[in-house]
Design a binder for this molecule. Structure first.
Ligand code: PXP
Length: 246
């Protein structure tokens, strides 16, 4: 069964737009996580960014207390973040590149260039009982390097697929890149997640990509929730994932 991890960062984005720097405010991302789990989500994802622009430290501790499924902490591979993760003990960390001026995570990690540092963090995390996923573009060299780090998962960046979705030829090309990367990862013993830019329109065609374990989806769910409520938005997405055959 294809699993859904809901990324709740954008709930915190809305809160921070009004209550930045305050101890409380609405909407509460922890309440959002509770609703997502009750609606059937298989995991909760939160990105603690260096600039704390949406999720802040108190959120991840409250999430650690209340999440009953799996908590996936997205983070940059920096000493400060590694230290937080080792204390927090999420079920899994997803290491992502982080650039201060980006609106959202724009590209995948350069695992080839950062092999030693990523391998060291992977070892530290696994020693603490935390699984590791690397967010990468669907590029064979990056998949191979991810396998070399010993990471349990890769998360394939679907941003380019989402960007090119409206153009049938480009869409097929992007799907083929994702499928090729997924097959390679699987052959190398690495499990495969995917995410970024996925929505209610582009998700069904993604079923063509084999071996997917979990999708991490945020913006489209929170956007739909404005109109339907979060519970319904999660349920609607789960319906679209139901027939995935792997
Ligand atoms: N996966 C990763 C690694 C991400 O950085 C993001 C965006 O924060 C997502 C998934 C979710 O992307 P979206 O909000 O576009 O669904």
């Amino acid at each position: 069964m294809l699993k859904l991890g809901v990324n709740i960062d954008h709930v915190a984005t809305l809160r921070e737009a009004r209550y930045r720097g305050r101890e409380t405010g609405e909407p509460d991302p922890i309440e959002a996580a509770r609703i997502c789990e009750a609606a059937g989500a298989h995991g909760i994802t939160a990105h603690l960014r260096e600039d704390r622009r949406h999720i802040v430290d108190r959120d991840v501790w409250r999430l650690r207390d209340m999440v009953r499924t799996r908590l996936n902490l997205e983070m940059a591979n920096t000493p400060a973040m590694v230290e937080i993760a080792l204390r927090l003990k999420p079920d899994i960390v997803c290491l992502v590149p982080e650039h201060r001026l980006e609106v959202t995570t724009e590209g995948g990690l350069d695992v080839v260039g950062g092999l030693a540092a990523l391998s060291a963090t992977r070892e530290q995390m696994n020693a603490a009982g935390i699984e590791v996923s690397l967010f990468i573009n669907p590029d064979p060299a990056q998949v191979q390097a991810a396998a070399q780090t010993g990471s349990q998962f890769v998360e394939l960046h679907t941003g380019s697929y989402a960007e090119h979705f409206a153009d049938p030829a480009a869409r097929s090309r992007e799907l083929e890149r994702l499928a090729h990367a997924a097959r390679l990862a699987r052959d190398l013993g690495v499990r495969v997640n995917a995410g970024h830019g996925l929505n209610y329109l582009n998700l069904p065609a993604l079923h063509a990509v084999p071996h997917l374990v979990e999708l991490n989806i945020g913006h489209s769910i929170v956007s739909r929730a404005v109109f339907t409520g979060l519970d319904q938005a999660v349920r609607d997405l789960l319906v679209l994932m139901r027939d995935y055959r792997g």
